[in-house]
Design a protein around this ligand. Structure first.
Ligand SMILES: Cc1cc2nc3c(=O)[nH]c(=O)nc-3n(C[C@H](O)[C@H](O)[C@H](O)COP(=O)(O)OP(=O)(O)OC[C@H]3O[C@@H](n4cnc5c(N)ncnc54)[C@H](O)[C@@H]3O)c2cc1C
Length: 500
């Protein structure tokens, strides 16, 4: 029987990112997908800056950057066009240096991640191979797989279900979903702009008309998406017809000026798996949670799952951490996902109001504020509430990414540090830094001339502290004396409990 450290079921964007991370960390991975090619139609259209950084660590951000465009604003407008609520991501300077909101093309990302996978020894990616069954014990999992040449078994130390909303891994594990009770049918129309047009707008719009709520967003250059909420009684068959779609598009664009790539009715959900880990089996991405699309955070959340889980699995498999560390995965990720899902549900309820009286009350309420106050600051990051040192306001926030001057030109710190934890320290922290390096960490003195700390962002993160320790998923673990930080980090790896 074939053996692997980690078997990943599902090579969507989340499974592919996880496989790249694990492969880069030296873990043997078998990643399978029941389909033989990437799902060709775009689903996710929006990525936030943190996700772009995490995708950069997986080798996918460059392809995405080339096939994406920043979103200047995201606006919720009433039937008559008045601004109800808005965000201006184009005006935000982010910690990672990537645009706060990028509009992109999901298949481009998936192709880039799969190409990266092919370059990593130790990762075997198999397309056209479906997980059909598994049995789990305290030591691992025996999985049954149906491949193009017949059925076979694989023995893995861990099985990760990245197999989407209908996850077979989740179903076999009998993991229930917590349903937050918000699901609505929408027609999604993805279109290419004709005559070489790159965009209709750089603004994402929620047209909150109770007669027919509509979403209109740019995607990658040359593409645009419209989504139309179905009215009670409308059927999926009826709304995907040519004439119906021309009537829907008419108020927004000349239907003759676009070529429709995809027309499909989908029902979004707000669900979160009750357990993300059952012994040797774990869930990530849509298998673990699905949320309404109003914040464009489904794939972003799945990428954060992959980044959280990968280094923990590697540390446990390589004997640098106790298995208890794996229990921190759900503890750290679920509150983040829940908060984002609640926000997406809130926004969805603003948009999906089909009752005229309720919509009028909503409009009166939201329009009672001066227009300037209706633009709110997009929450940059929810951050981590556990798995970091307590009592420090910066612990759990995204670490600002500096650049380094290397022999091969300027590089992001992430390019040099890879997926290691990072210690940046002032004079006095050298001894702790050596022992950190010996344990596989990346350590660098603040005084190192190759560190290009534009705007003193790193210095101001350290403030008066001797050192800052950054987790491999790029959240600040804590600040303080270097040796104390190191001791707290090692205690966290050894027990999985958040350090005081
Ligand atoms: C209309 C729409 C708009 C969206 N907009 C956004 C957005 O703007 N921003 C955002 O972040 N997210 C968005 N999302 C969500 C985003 O597309 C998903 O969250 C993301 O695709 C989830 O990735 P995943 O890898 O977890 O799952 P999937 O992409 O579903 O991949 C799962 C993979 O598992 C494979 N698989 C299934 N069963 C098996 C099996 N038994 N054996 C082997 N393989 C199997 C499938 O073939 C598939 O390749 C949107 C989704 C939709 C539908």
């Amino acid at each position: 029987m074939e053996k692997t450290d980690v078997l990943i079921s599902g090579l969507g964007p989340v499974g592919a990112a996880l496989a790249v991370y694990l492969g880069r960390l030296g873990i043997s991975v078998m990643a399978i997908d029941r389909d033989t090619s990437v799902y060709p139609m775009p689903r996710a259209a929006h990525l936030d800056h943190e996700t772009m950084r995490l995708l950069h660590l997986a080798g996918g951000a460059e392809a995405v950057s080339q096939a994406s465009q920043p979103l200047s604003a995201y606006e919720f407008r009433s039937r008559d066009g008045s601004l109800l609520m808005g965000f201006k991501p184009g005006e935000v300077t982010t910690a990672t240096g990537f645009p706060q909101s990028s509009m992109f093309h999901q298949p481009t990302l998936e192709h880039a991640l799969r190409a990266r996978l092919g370059e990593i020894s130790g990762v075997s990616a198999r397309l056209g191979h479906a997980l059909t069954s598994y049995s789990a014990s305290d030591d691992g999992v025996i999985a049954g797989i149906a491949g193009p040449h017949g059925a076979y078994d694989v023995e893995a130390k861990y099985l990760i279900g990245c197999d989407g909303g209908q996850s077979i891994v989740r179903r076999i594990a009998r993991i229930e979903l917590d349903d937050m009770g918000f699901d609505e049918p929408w027609l999604v129309i993805d279109a290419r702009l004709k005559d070489g047009r790159e965009r209709l707008t750089t603004i994402g719009l929620q047209h909150c008309d109770p007669r027919r709520p509509v979403t209109s967003v740019p995607m990658s250059p040359g593409r645009h998406r419209w989504e139309f909420m179905l009215r009670p009684g409308e059927t999926p068959e009826e709304v995907v017809g040519d004439e119906f779609i021309d009537d829907l598009l008419g108020p927004f664009v000349d239907p003759a000026s676009v070529e429709i790539d995809r027309r499909a009715v989908y029902r979004f959900h707000a669900v979160i798996a009750k357990e993300w880990r059952k012994g040797r089996v774990m869930l990530a991405g849509d298998a673990a949670h699905q949320m309404p699309p109003f914040l464009g955070q489904g794939l972003c959340s799945g990428t954060r799952d992959a980044a959280n889980l990968a280094w923990k699995l590697a540390a446990v498999l390589q004997g640098r951490a106790d298995e208890a560390l794996l229990d921190t995965y759900q503890a750290e990720r679920e509150p983040h996902v829940r908060a984002i899902t609640e926000m997406a549900v809130f926004m969805g309820k603003v948009v999906c109001t089909q009752n005229e009286k309720e919509a009028a009350a909503r409009d009166r309420d939201m329009l009672s504020k001066p227009e300037g106050e209706r633009f709110v600051v997009m929450p940059d990051t929810i951050g981590l509430a556990s798995g970091v040192q307590r009592g420090d306001v910066l612990a759990g926030t995204i670490f600002p990414e500096p650049w380094l001057e290397t022999g091969e030109g300027r590089k992001r710190l992430d390019d040099v540090a890879g997926l290691a934890p990072i210690l940046l320290f002032r004079d006095g922290g050298e001894a702790a830094a050596s022992s950190f390096r010996a344990g596989g960490g990346f350590a660098m003195a603040l005084s190192d001339p190759s560190l290009l700390d534009e705007g003193d962002r790193v210095k101001s993160t350290l403030a008066d502290s001797e050192a800052v320790l950054v987790r491999p998923d790029r959240y600040v673990f804590g600040r303080g004396e270097a040796r104390n930080l190191l001791a707290a980090w090692n205690a966290y790896l050894a027990s999985g409990t958040s350090p005081a």
